[in-house]
Design a protein around this ligand. Structure first.
Ligand SMILES: NC(=O)c1ccc[n+]([C@@H]2O[C@H](COP(=O)([O-])OP(=O)(O)OC[C@H]3O[C@@H](n4cnc5c(N)ncnc54)[C@H](O)[C@@H]3O)[C@@H](O)[C@H]2O)c1
Length: 303
């Protein structure tokens, strides 16, 4: 397959371009807005790199492409309350790119949504029950809008695959630190108190190792047609935030907490079920405690 990865220099993309088997051609499109030039260091295979924004992808760029993995986006969920225009752009970019893919008969379009589209009193979230959808932030709402746009636009020649990822943990060559676990690792490594949303301390939530995320993408793209035009929850495990903090305390005993009020309202504690993806033979293998240790080792040079 010839695979185009937008946002391929980001946290997930920089891991993915190293995991995609060599028999596939890889084209990375990234506008370098996050300055992750280092994601291109020491690649062990040849890829094509296009420095451009998603809106500038042409039908000619897509001409011989079989599959698009659309990772490029404004990605800071916590700051998304003040980022309406960036989120509107995410929605527009995804729709326009999907239309170009239909025009050029790209066979598959994979989109990473988020497990934070859920929010209800039900204990366990499954993919195909829309009554469980209740996006908890403008970022999550924009992901839900894109999911629906893709379902309206795609499905015939161009099949969609929607993956609802848990919060990513673990290191990658173009690692980002805006999501909870990686930010915690950075804060404790710098000796500053952990900023934690008080209301979330006892909440159960899904988390996903970055390598597991990439493995799921490859598994679904390489799989049979019956895997496509479907939505999947992807996680390495459901974890309670206070257990994660306990695990950090075991590694950094003098850790301090700065409990702040969450900007999100009407939140619920929930688990996410990954039975659907597991029924296709995919098994996640990353362990959160182990990856926290690995990330802390990477940062252990900070006094
Ligand atoms: N990290 C998570 O916890 C998580 C969870 C669920 C879903 N996702 C989704 O997965 C995708 C990738 O996440 P990530 O953590 O790797 O993000 P990231 O912020 O690390 O990387 C995004 C990349 O996209 C590029 N980019 C941004 N806007 C662009 C544009 N308009 N045109 C071209 N390039 C652009 C940036 O330069 C960056 O390299 C995003 O869509 C994100 O919303 C991430």
């Amino acid at each position: 397959m010839r695979i185009m990865i937008t946002g391929g220099l980001g946290h997930i993309g920089s891991c993915l371009i190293r995991q995609i088997p060599d028999q596939h051609d890889v084209i990375v499109v990234d506008n370098l807005s996050s300055q992750r030039y280092c994601s291109l260091f020491s690649l062990t295979r040849k890829i094509t790199f296009l420095e451009k924004s998603v809106e500038d992808i042409t039908v000619s760029d897509l001409g011989t492409v079989d599959a698009v993995i659309h990772l490029a986006a404004y990605t800071n969920a916590a700051k998304s309350f003040d980022a309406k225009s960036a989120l509107d752009r995410n929605v527009k970019d995804a729709k326009d790119l999907a239309l170009k893919c239909v025009h050029t008969k790209v066979k598959a379009f994979l989109f990473p949504s988020t497990a934070s589209v859920y929010g209800s009193d039900v204990e366990t979230m499954v993919e195909d029950d829309e009554s469980l959808i209740n996006p908890q932030s403008p970022y999550a709402l924009s992901k839900w809008k894109i999911e629906n746009l893709l379902k309206e636009t795609l499905g015939n020649d161009t099949k969609f695959i929607i993956v609802r990822f848990g919060t990513i943990f673990g290191s990658s060559p173009g690692m980002g630190f805006q999501t909870a676990i990686n930010k915690f690792c950075f804060q404790v490594s710098c000796g500053v108190p952990l900023t934690v949303w008080r209301e979330n301390l006892e909440f159960m939530r899904p988390y996903l190792g970055v390598k597991d995320a990439c493995k799921s993408i490859i598994h679904l793209l390489e799989g049979p047609e019956s895997y496509k035009n479907k939505t999947y929850n992807i996680l390495s495990g459901n974890y309670n935030l206070s257990d994660i903090i306990e695990s950090l305390k075991n590694k950094v005993p003098n850790l301090e907490l700065n409990l702040i009020k969450s900007p999100l309202i009407n939140q619920h504690s929930y688990k996410v079920s990954d039975t659907k993806i597991r029924s296709t033979g995919y098994v996640p293998t990353q362990d959160l405690n182990e990856e926290i240790s690995n990330t802390l080792v990477l940062l252990s040079g900070i006094k």
